[in-house]
Design a protein around this ligand. Structure first.
Ligand code: SF4
Ligand code: SF4
Length: 335
């Protein structure tokens, strides 16, 4: 299973230069990129994930998580295979990791099939998620092109290249991008990537005008240093804006860190306090039982606007407007 890849250059010696993500892999004949799903086949770059799905679900948009983008609606969610990161704590490693055999798991699909399914489900939006959407760019773009009436969401690690962002600029309406930590050493050791390209993508997405929310998985003893979290929150505030929702999420053992202890509630609360101290107006706690941790409250008057218990959503806003003081909240509240 494969499709001809996009965004690459053929070099005179038969090597292929992939331009899809910040790794910028140079692939000799027969080689695969870091993501494991792009292969140089005789001087042509193939995507082994561009016609494959591993998961297709109708999810609450809150699960992405997006809290200021059509809250309370369902999004048609699609995952493929592979990832350009190798996070030791990946919760979706069964689809993000390509096994040593090189076999890419999944079901073959055409963009037309996905578009028809999304319509049949009456989904309000279309989300590319579960594994990294950058590495199945061809399927993302082709499907999005077939669904001009359906806002497209990316749930991403933020490692796409400028070329990739440019190609998707008019097709995507919203993104949740992980800012997994604020130390390059952490990105290198735990994710097999670098910090700076992620920071650059976050700023570029803001400039593109996509609705942006940011997620940080707080792992005890790994990226929960107070100073690091304060710097991360300051970056979100200073570079992306005080209105950018920041989701801080509790870690539970997974993949190569299955035995690592979970995030204690006080650690998450410290992260939330760091976000508030930095001036962020919307800080949410996820993956943890904490009353009110997912509620949207009017920053002007304190009124409850959106209550969340698990994925159950109760809206009190009027199309994003506070019914008490009339303040209009940032986000996309109606289709
Ligand atoms: S998508 Fe990224 S990791 Fe995969 S081949 Fe291209 S540059 Fe390399
Ligand atoms: S970026 Fe996401 S999907 Fe990819 S390895 Fe990391 S946690 Fe898994």
């Amino acid at each position: 299973m494969s499709v001809r890849a996009e965004l690459w250059d053929a070099l005179p010696d038969g090597t292929v230069a992939c331009r899809l993500c910040a790794h910028g892999c140079l692939l000799r004949a027969g080689a695969r990129g870091v993501c494991g799903v792009r292969r140089n086949a005789g001087g042509t770059l193939l995507s082994l994930a561009g016609d494959v799905v591993t998961a297709v679900n109708l999810d609450p948009v809150e699960k992405k998580p997006l809290y200021h983008f059509l809250p309370g609606t369902a999004t048609f969610s699609v995952g493929s295979a592979g990832c350009n990161f190798s996070c030791r704590f990946c919760q979706n490693s069964s689809i993000s990791c390509v096994p040593a055999s090189g076999r890419v798991a999944g079901t073959r699909v055409r963009p037309e099939d996905l578009a028809a399914l999304a319509r049949a489900e009456n989904a309000r939006s279309l989300a590319f998620t579960y594994n990294e959407p950058t590495v199945f760019f061809e399927l993302v773009r082709a499907t999005a092109n077939l669904c001009p009436d359906m806002p497209v969401i990316l749930v991403s690690n933020g490692y796409m290249s400028r070329d990739c962002l440019h190609a998707l600029r008019g097709l995507v309406r919203a993104a949740n991008i992980d800012l997994k930590g604020f130390r390059d050493a952490f990105y290198r050791k735990f994710c097999g990537a670098r910090l700076q390209p992620v920071l650059d993508t976050l700023k570029a997405v803001k400039e593109l005008g996509w609705w942006l929310e940011v997620t940080t998985l707080v792992i005890p003893g790994v990226n929960d240093d107070r100073q690091e979290l304060a710097e991360l929150a300051a970056f979100v505030h200073d570079e992306l804006g005080a209105d950018t929702p920041w989701h801080i999420s509790a870690f539970h053992g997974a993949h190569l860190m299955a035995d690592h202890p979970p995030t204690p509630l006080p650690t998450l609360q410290q992260a939330r306090d760091a976000g508030r101290a930095a001036g962020l107006r919307f800080v949410y706690m996820g993956n943890v039982r904490c009353a009110g941790g997912g509620d949207t409250v009017c920053p002007s008057c304190g009124s409850m606007l959106v209550e969340r218990v698990g994925y159950a959503v109760r809206r009190h806003d009027r199309a994003g407007q506070c019914p008490a003081c009339g303040d209009l909240l940032p986000g996309v509240w109606t289709a």
